[in-house]
Design a protein around this ligand. Structure first.
Ligand code: ADP
Ligand code: MG
Ligand code: MG
Length: 885
């Protein structure tokens, strides 16, 4: 098995492993792909992810095999370029770039210009005929290598540069001449020696292996780990290392560097989109050091900007770039995110990948590309990330609302966000942790800010363009972002900021409109999202392709209406206890719980009956014609108990029982472990009159809706926490008897089902027998996860993240189903249930019903439907379609 693959020049790109991202990483695979279709790619080589994994596992040094393979590969690059690495007369320089399977902002930063030392810099100067360029490259290299590989604070170098510029009275880096850079290089080298106690490495091979080691090590950096956790990336993938011949965008006015998208990643519009800088290198464009210029003339004119676009300043290179854009879109059949450099008029491609995009753009591009004949409907459905729909389903700013606009920055990531200003990532996380909505305001963001960006509703930066770190990460996370708002100035020390002429402090409220770039004072009201257009089109395609039905978890008519707008085909879980918690009813519920005997309970229940019937009537009116699973009372009774003295006093008044007596009764109901205590069907078994009242309310409501509108929903009455067939048999008999009584009284008959939730391991194991009594199973995977893992969901927060970090669980099992363990119980129960009752209805109603990976599992075991909260219904529809493809 090869450990190193060469690309570019005369390289043979035919080994399929070289174009496999799992082996060569995204960057390496695409560099090989571009080189093999004849695009201009500087030659280089890729060390596989397998080598990284082996290196991290063995903690050993590099193997002799790897050293030999790298030497061979380097010889290929030298031969292709016609220069030698470390040659004092005409040196080959390389970049060292990390590249995991998916792009990861947490990984090591690229080191450019590697191979420069005190001797080769003179050679570069002579061979290029440009001393300024050579010394500029060397100072860049020392700073980058010291920061990224040697771990020296880059601030030290920036400070030295600032002082050097100040001494000369310069404003821009471009004013520095060869001698200025050379002087700065000496300064830099003494900084390194001061920090490290030894000189900057002059041996080019030591430089190369140092950088390779740093890339490997960065896979296990804290930054990378945080990013992986937030993005569900497994820790065992490893990263590849790409070593590539340098091309130079900093060789004067006919050289440039840039980043581009083949379509607009914010809106999806079909237009080239990007930024570039003349006489610049690497990430100058995204670092916000100079303001980047537009790629196309049209974009420059639309923005009213002066500096020439690339189309105008470098027309030949631009024409070549446009040709490459079209080739790449045809080849990859997707929007590409591209990095390029122009060296003395010649275009070089340094990277391409499928571009990150907003949900809106993803939808528009998928639908447009079907129209263009580039992809088919199935591919369009496959391509949109279901979780990204979340961004579209949330409110945007009310166009009619008054806006007190403080300033306008760049519309870097769409959506509206309002909250309290916080000035650093840790504060963002702390405040969000206590339930506050916050907006993270920074000069610019870096990978260290990711946790704060995640915790924030939105992000505002003072510096940086549309392709800055903040913009790219925010779009990926679906956070609204306004970047490059130059009117924002932050004073970290006093924790205050000024936006234009307005003084603000941390904690003040602002609103961002990521679609226009506006920053507004206070909280601006929002409006509901638009569900027609591209969204509607894609959903129609998804609905054609999916097998499973999608229902919603809802307990109010408003939620039901919302869910139906989002396409819900029924209710998968209606939790009746939510109705009991309402302020106006809690006293009646308490009277029922604390009653001395059945007669006392019935008195209270009689008063609850009309209330509960009204609840169901309102829901059934919205859900007419659709199946509605209603779960009878589930939580332990003590959750409803009074605590305050005045609550007890009020109850004493209502019941005529003494306060002391009531307090004693409440004490008796205390449980040590309520999750495993007197709850679920155990309540129905011990206090049948409670379930009887609920069943009566349901049937009276269904019959009423049928009489008034002619169409009834199909109630599916669900008994919770069943462990045995006998529990279900007893309670089913109670429900049947109540139904018959209501049918007789109303003279109306409706269809209904009685079934159970499968949420205890015993129920899953005994599903064959339980199916004799139940017409449907709904997998209550929240409780089934708790009871199978023996982990309390309410207490798990303290240790689960550590478990995920250490790889004990790949993901939080309450968010994404533990398919290996809990999944087995689901599968087994489904099989055993079907064996007894072939037409048994099977669904899932836990939180997992809105999680794409869990939905794919539900498809694989043949469930009939999934149920999700209203906002997640479209996510579930799309996920179900993808699962069926
Ligand atoms: P990232 O993964 O952070 O985008 P890259 O490895 O793509 O990092 O490198 C960042 C930038 O450095 C590139 O966009 C490009 O401008 C520059 N760069 C990388 N390799 C080379 C090279 N061989 N020649 C010139 N510039 C390079
Ligand atoms: Mg980078
Ligand atoms: Mg890149």
């Amino acid at each position: 098995m090869k450990t190193v693959y060469v690309f570019g020049g005369k390289a043979d790109h035919s080994d399929p492993r070289q174009k496999d991202k799992t082996i060569t990483g995204g960057k390496g695979a695409n560099l090989a792909e571009m080189a093999s279709i004849g695009l201009p790619v500087p030659p280089g080589f890729t060390i596989t992810t397998e080598e990284c994994v082996a290196y991290l596992r063995d903690g050993a040094d590099f193997s002799d095999g790897l050293k030999a393979a790298v030497a061979d590969a380097l010889a290929h690059v030298e031969a292709t370029v016609g220069k030698t690495f470390g040659d004092a007369a005409d040196p080959l320089l390389v970049s060292v770039r990390s590249g995991a399977r998916v792009s990861m902002p947490g990984m090591m930063d690229t080191v450019l210009n590697l191979g420069l030392n005190d001797a080769t810099v003179e050679g570069l100067s002579a061979s290029s005929g440009d001393a300024r360029f050579a010394w500029d490259s060397y100072r860049r290299f020392i700073q980058m290598y010291s920061d990224v590989v040697l771990g020296i604070d880059h601030g030290l170098f920036e400070e030295a540069l600032e002082i050097a510029k100040e001494d000369k009275g310069f404003y821009n880096d471009t004013e520095m001449n060869a001698a200025d850079w050379q002087a700065l290089v000496s300064e830099y080298k003494s900084i390194v020696e001061g920090e490290l106690g030894r000189p900057f490495p002059q041996d080019v091979h030591e430089q190369l292996w140092g950088a390779i080691r740093a890339v490997f090590d960065s896979w296990d950096s804290d930054r990378a780990k945080v990013y992986r956790r937030l993005n569900d990336i497994p820790g065992d993938w490893g990263t590849a290392v790409n070593v590539q011949a340098m091309v130079f965008g900093n060789m004067g006015e006919t050289s440039a560097t840039g980043v581009a998208f083949t379509r607009d990643p914010a809106t999806g519009t079909r237009a080239y989109y990007g930024e570039y800088l003349i006489n610049a290198q690497g990430e100058d464009v995204v670092a916000g050091i100079r303001t980047p210029q537009y790629l196309t003339k049209a974009a420059r004119e639309a923005a009213g900007a002066k500096p020439l676009s690339m189309e105008e300043a470098l027309p030949d290179a631009y024409a070549e770039l446009a040709r490459v854009f079209d080739l790449l879109e045809l080849h990859y059949k997707d929007m590409q995110d591209i990095e390029f450099t122009v060296e003395r008029g010649k275009l070089w491609m340094l990277q391409t990948r499928s571009g990150k995009r907003t949900a809106k753009a993803a939808l528009k591009m998928a639908v447009d590309m079907v129209g263009e004949g580039l992809i088919d409907e199935r591919e369009a459905v496959r391509r949109v990330d279901p979780m990204a729909l979340d961004q579209l389903l949330h409110p945007t700013l009310d166009p009619k609302a008054e806006r007190n606009v403080l300033t306008t920055g760049l519309p870097a990531s769409p959506g509206a966000a309002a909250g309290k200003i916080v000035l650093d990532a840790d504060t963002a996380e702390q405040w969000a942790g206590r339930g506050e909505k916050v907006i993270l305001v920074r000069v610019e963001t870096s990978p260290e800010d990711i946790h704060g960006m995640h915790a924030a509703q939105g992000i505002l930066t003072a510096r940086g363009g549309m392709t800055s770190h903040a913009a790219v990460v925010a779009r990926g996370m679906g956070r609204p972002c306004v970047s490059g708002a130059g009117a924002v100035s932050i004073d970290r020390a006093s924790r205050t900021l000024r936006i234009g002429s307005t003084e603000l402090k941390e904690g003040d409220a602002i609103t961002l409109d990521g679609a226009t770039g506006q920053v507004m004072l206070g909280i601006v009201p929002t409006v509901e999202p638009e569900l027609a257009g591209d969204f509607g089109t894609l959903m129609v395609w998804a609905d054609k392709l999916r097998r499973m039905k999608v229902r919603t978890n809802a307990e109010t008519p408003d939620d039901c209406r919302m869910a139906r707008q989002f396409g819900a085909e029924g209710i998968g879980l209606c939790r009746t206890e939510h109705m009991f918690f309402e302020a106006s009813r809690i006293s009646l519920v308490r009277q029922m719980i604390l009653a001395e005997d059945e007669a006392g309970r019935r008195r209270a229940l009689e008063k609850l009956l009309p209330e509960q019937r009204a609840d169901f009537t309102a829901i059934f009116e919205v859900m007419a014609g659709l199946p509605c699973t209603i779960r009878l009372l589930d939580p332990p009774l003590h959750e409803f108990l009074p605590h305050a003295d005045e609550e007890f006093a009020e109850l004493a008044d209502a019941t005529g029982l003494g306060v002391d007596h009531l307090k004693r009764r409440a004490g008796e109901l205390h449980e040590f472990n309520p999750m495993l205590g007197h709850r679920g069907c155990r309540l129905g078994i011990t206090f049948p009159e409670i379930y009887e009242m609920q069943a009566r309310a349901i049937f009276e409501a269904v019959c009423a809706v049928k009489q008034s509108s002619g169409e009834a929903p199909l109630p599916e009455i669900m008994i919770p926490l069943v462990a045995t067939k006998r529990e279900l048999a007893l309670l089913r008999a109670l429900v049947d008897k109540t139904a018959e009584a209501v049918f007789a009284e109303t003279g109306t008959r409706v269809d209904y089902l009685v079934g159970t939730m499968i949420e205890l391991p015993r129920a899953a194991l005994m599903a064959g027998e339980i199916a004799e009594e139940g017409a449907f199973f709904s997998f209550g995977t929240n409780d089934l996860t708790q009871t199978t893992l023996g982990v309390s969901r309410d207490d798990a927060a303290r240790f689960l993240s550590v478990y995920v970090d250490k790889g004990i669980f790949p993901r939080d099992p309450f968010v994404s189903l533990d398919i290996d363990g809990v999944g087995q119980l689901v599968e087994l129960a489904a099989e055993r249930g079907r064996a007894t009752r072939p037409d048994i209805k099977l669904g899932i109603c836990g939180e997992h019903g809105g999680d794409p990976a869990s939905i794919a599992f539900c498809e694989s075991v043949g469930l009939d439907y999934v149920s999700a909260s209203p906002y997640r219904v479209p996510i579930a529809r799309l996920s179900a379609a993808q699962a069926a493809l």
